[in-house]
Design a binder for this molecule. Structure first.
Ligand code: FES
Length: 120
């Protein structure tokens, strides 16, 4: 109900996303729907996601490991993301995603991602 009311009023919807640095530091932030998971990290000053290409799916430095409970709840990778993940640091065939390719929706509320040891 609150969702519908806020939508009518043009208030942006938010999804809670937890970013976990490689050292275990957790950052739980609200990210506006319509943004990407990468933009949520960047705009909240969360370290560990470099996003060198600015979200053009051309660098792989926005790589994360998705929490196992979320892997099947995300939209499938498109071929460009699959190809670019080959250049990421220690990609995991099941859990690795490029955060610039993950659009935040209500369905992503509660998403947990973990950053790799480094971005390359
Ligand atoms: S920001 Fe470069 S691939 Fe995601």
């Amino acid at each position: 109900m609150a969702y519908l009311a806020s939508q009518r009023q043009g208030i942006p919807q938010m999804a809670k996303i937890t970013y976990i640095e490689h050292n275990g530091t957790r950052h739980e932030v609200d990210v506006k729907t319509g943004m990407t998971v990468m933009e949520g990290a960047r705009d909240n000053g969360i370290p560990g996601i470099d996003a060198d290409c600015g979200g053009a799916c051309a660098c792989s430095t926005c790589h994360v490991y998705v929490d196992p409970g979320w892997v099947d709840r995300l939209p499938a990778k498109d071929p460009m993301e699959e190809d670019m993940l080959d250049f990421a640091y220690e990609p995991d065939p099941d859990r690795s995603r490029l955060t610039c390719q993950l659009k935040v929706t209500d369905d992503l509320d509660g998403l947990v991602v973990q950053m790799p040891e480094k971005q390359i």
